[in-house]
Design a protein around this ligand. Structure first.
Ligand SMILES: [Zn+2]
Length: 249
């Protein structure tokens, strides 16, 4: 089965300029580690901009595109910050503790721990991959731990325990079914069969041509009744071939 690329391996490091650090420190002095306080909105905008570029607009865990039909994009605290007086609250504004994730992954991860062992009170944020029990978006190379097969089927690479942890805690094994349902919604929104096929072909890269034909041949044939399942599959293959021709240099 062909694979979907990770799109980026780990988040390229970024630093906060001294005035930014001072502004955060001032905010923390005034309001504590209240991530949701409007005083820190500027910081969330800055982090969102920087991470979007570095993450190529992909979720740090499932690597699906961060688009609005998947719900709001979330800034995930990789080590959960907890309440404002929790020992990890001070990691709320730590750049390497932040990554963009889709709502599915963020909700499923919730407050689950990602640390190999608890961090001692007062210690700095750990900067080494081995401090974490799962694929840390800033420290681990994603494709060393997780393989994404076409159709959004996830597998831990060489049984990587860190990869398995992400698949389990973010429930990535549920995404194949969810994405199949999404694809049906996408083609069902087209005005006619021809437009539906064009929408289908746009998804070949993520799904694979044969799998897509199997999924949508009968589905579109039932919906539009103007072509049999076999005919729809053939139109999908022909349209895909035509698109490939256009793309050739
Ligand atoms: Zn995700």
């Amino acid at each position: 089965m062909a694979e979907i690329p990770a799109h980026f391996e780990r988040i390229e490091r970024f630093w906060l300029a001294p005035p930014h650090k001072a502004r955060i420190a001032g905010g923390v002095t005034a309001y504590g580690y209240q991530w949701n306080h409007s005083n820190f909105d500027w910081f969330k905008t800055l982090v969102n901009d920087r991470l979007r570029k570095r993450q190529k607009n992909r979720c740090c865990y499932c690597r699906r595109p961060l688009v609005f039909d998947k719900g709001h994009v979330e800034i995930d605290h990789i080590v959960h910050k907890g309440s404002t007086n929790s020992p990890y609250a001070r990691f709320a504004f730590e750049a390497q503790n932040l990554a963009l994730s889709c709502k599915d992954c963020n909700n499923n991860k919730g407050k689950k721990t990602v640390l190999a062992r608890a961090i001692r009170a007062g210690s700095n944020y750990p900067k080494q991959a081995k401090a974490f029990s799962w694929v840390h978006p800033h420290f681990h190379r994603y494709s060393d731990h997780i393989t994404i097969h076409q159709g959004w089927v996830y597998e831990s690479k060489n049984k990587s325990p860190e990869g398995l942890e992400v698949i389990r805690k973010c429930m990535l094994d549920k995404l194949a079914g969810k994405e199949l349902a999404n694809r049906r919604v996408i083609v069902d929104g087209a005005a006619d069969l021809k437009a539906a096929v064009i929408r289908a072909v746009a998804m070949v890269e993520d799904v694979g041509l044969e799998r897509l034909c199997r999924e949508l041949g009968g589905h579109l044939s039932r919906k539009w009744r103007s072509a049999s399942s076999a005919e729809v599959k053939q139109v999908i293959r022909d349209t895909h071939a035509a698109v490939q021709m256009i793309r050739m240099p």
